[in-house]
Design a protein around this ligand. Structure first.
Ligand code: SER
Length: 362
């Protein structure tokens, strides 16, 4: 399956389960003082969770452009060095606003991964919140019970507040979560070290792909948790990681999402990408990643500048330039040459880049 087919299958699966397909919100946030950029699919739905606004649809599905380069969720230094973190990434999400809850969310995620996408069940692990004394939060017994009907005990791990209690920022809607991890190692490696020992241990082949958050609280400025009037579901699956698993690759950059930009950079630089750890290979990955963040952010209205959100984009732009200048020996501007290919690749799902091609390139 191509990345486009994988994205569409996600949207159709939930559409068939009564969800309305909605568009991604802009990656740039102008009306939320707690965030510079959209860092999760749930940002645009924050007011529905808090009960400040009524949702038009109780069930929604989308793919959201996200940027995790500032504030609580910041992955910038990992990007390009490893093979599975990104500045901009697509978060596939299904949403319940005061409608279905844990039972449906968990069983549907299982159905989609194992029956529709065909991921072998013995490669999947689920994590469950163990509770937290300081916040007076109980362990997630309901999620545990549901997972026990789907997975053997040694495929369920318990996680603390850091991994299994999701919060958007210092304040705002939050709740316990259940993550789904995939073990992509070889059979020999899996026989030698069981996968549950590697969940959430930064192993490049045992990676989280999907987070199911059960929104139950609002974190207030004084640090306390206030129960929400209704409960909601917020799930987020990284498209780039899912595609890598389904395309049987060991790196997100070897999928059809990034290969176009990498091949274009090879042509321009006359250098070869060898998918290794050399500075040159890191440079190829940095460029393929950063060009997406820069292009889509500018298309959504944030130019590079020397303050605030604009400065974050300028830093990403500078990091990309520094890598091609220093490690690919390219001394002329390169990034703008990658934009037409990118715009074409995303024209069916994010047509805003194609529409502003010459502006963004300039
Ligand atoms: N809000 C959760 C996350 O960003 C799930 O979508 O991981």
């Amino acid at each position: 399956m191509t990345a486009t087919e994988i994205r569409n299958k996600f949207l159709r699966f939930f559409e068939e389960k009564g969800h309305q397909i909605v568009a991604s919100a802009p990656i740039v946030l102008k009306d939320d003082p707690t965030l510079l950029f959209t860092n999760a699919g749930m940002n645009q739905f924050k007011d529905y969770f808090l009960g400040n606004k009524q949702a038009n649809y109780k069930r929604v599905v989308d793919t959201q452009k996200c940027l995790r380069v500032s504030g609580k969720h910041n992955d910038l230094e990992e990007v390009g060095v490893d093979t599975y973190h990104h500045t901009m990434f697509e978060m596939l999400g299904n949403w319940s606003f005061g409608d279905y809850f844990k039972e449906e969310a968990i069983t549907w995620s299982w159905e989609l991964l194992t029956e529709v996408y065909g991921i072998p069940k013995d490669r999947l692990y689920a994590s469950v919140f163990e509770g937290d004394e300081k916040d007076n939060l109980p362990p997630s017994t309901v999620a545990l019970k549901i997972w026990k009907t789907l997975l053997p005990d040694n495929h369920i791990v318990f996680g603390n507040k850091k991994d299994n209690f999701w919060e958007m920022g210092d304040t705002g809607p939050c709740g316990p979560c259940s993550e789904i991890h995939v073990d992509c190692r070889s059979d020999e490696e899996r026989a030698a070290v069981p996968g549950h020992l590697l969940v959430n241990k930064d192993h490049p082949q045992v990676i989280e792909i999907w987070n199911n958050v059960f929104m139950q609280y609002n974190r207030l400025k004084d640090g306390s948790l206030q129960p929400l009037a209704s409960t909601h579901v917020d799930t987020g699956m990284g498209l780039e990681r899912l595609v890598r698993v389904l395309q049987g690759k060991s790196s997100n950059y070897d999928t059809d999402i990034f290969m176009g930009s990498i091949e274009e950079t090879e042509k321009i630089s006359g250098q070869k990408y060898t998918a290794g750890d050399s500075k040159k290979d890191v440079a190829f990955r940095v460029i393929a990643d950063h060009i997406r963040a820069i292009s889509f952010t500018i298309a959504d209205g944030q130019l590079p500048s020397n303050t605030g959100a604009g400065y974050v984009i300028r830093r990403i732009l500078r990091r990309a330039v520094r890598y091609y200048y220093s490690y690919l020996e390219v001394k002329e501007p390169l990034l703008h040459l990658l934009i037409p290919g990118l715009a074409k690749q995303f024209s069916d799902v994010f047509p805003e880049l194609q529409a502003q091609l010459s502006f963004v390139s300039k």
